[in-house]
Design a protein around this ligand. Sequence first.
Ligand code: UT7
Length: 322
Amino acid sequence: MFSLKNFSKIHSFASCVPSIQMSNKDFESIVETTDQWIVERTGIKNRYMCTPDEDSLTLAVKTTRETIARSGLDVSQISGIIVGTSSSRHVFPGLGCMLLGELGIKGFAFDLQAACSGFVYASHIGRQFIENNSAEHILLLGVDVISRVLDWNDRKTCILFGDGAGSAILSASEHPSILYSMIGAEPDQELSLTVSSPWANKHGHHKIQMDGPKVFKRAVGCLSSCVTTLLEKTGLPPSAIDIVIPHQANGRILQAVAERTPIPLNKYYQCLERYGNTSAASIPLAYVDAEKEGLIQVGMNVMTIAFGGGMTFGGSVFNVLS
Ligand code: UT7
């Protein structure tokens, strides 16, 4: 049906954050920490968290409505929704199914759980539908509300995360836009980054637990290999990548990745000082801010790279089409 359009393009990004703003200073009265430690060790200064009335669905509705408006599409043209999230309001129905009703979309919907790599996973999987002619437009969403699973007594984790949502449309295209995308996973046998589900046995921990230094090392390794693979597979020289939109977990992770790979740190867009680590929302949230700052324009080559619990990782290189 869409045989002239064998490529995928990603467009119409939007994002939102919830209402409660928390600065590093606010944490000084909650746990034994300082603004200086958080800034020096992570680069984070601020983050947003949900009020009791907000959650992943309220954020999802807001950002996806904006994405659809920006795309100029009618909801009847959208074939389905793919949501990268670990924070669906219900275990079932999934967030994607809830959104179908909210937005009036008639199509498929599913949530996928790849932690902080959720948006990159969603776009890579969405491409498969587009490029085998099963869909012409798919709504992509990355949303997480990690504040609900924070241990407010654990200074090693509670200062890192914020809530947020980001969305985009993946459409069939006559011209190549996504030049390459990839997803991958490795076991985390030591459970160095976990939150237990409601079905866990008695050993479950329902708040986030992380061995920061171990996760840091694995993040650097996985993200560095994403950069190398994306350059190899696209055949592009590092100078042809105009901007890198990385998962925003820690500025020192990005510095270490840049030192190990041929794309310099000044091409890595960073907004973690404003939002902290927003998990599956972090890449679309960063993309929107970079676009607003005029750093992303038609014709540019954008690289995305993500890493998260699982361990999951992935990335893409795409040329921005109008
Ligand atoms: O998005 C998913 C993936 N997540 C990540 O990629 C996060 C990866 N990990 C990290 O970003 C870093 O490991 C952290 C930011 C979590 C921690 O930084 P670090 O430099 O690895 O610190 P550390 O855990 O090795 O702790 C160093 C010291 C410890 O004190 P002692 O034992 O040396 O006395 C900690 O207790 O810093 C202490 N510390 C803190 N001090 C003040 C840990 N957290 C804090 C804090 N404030 N919030």
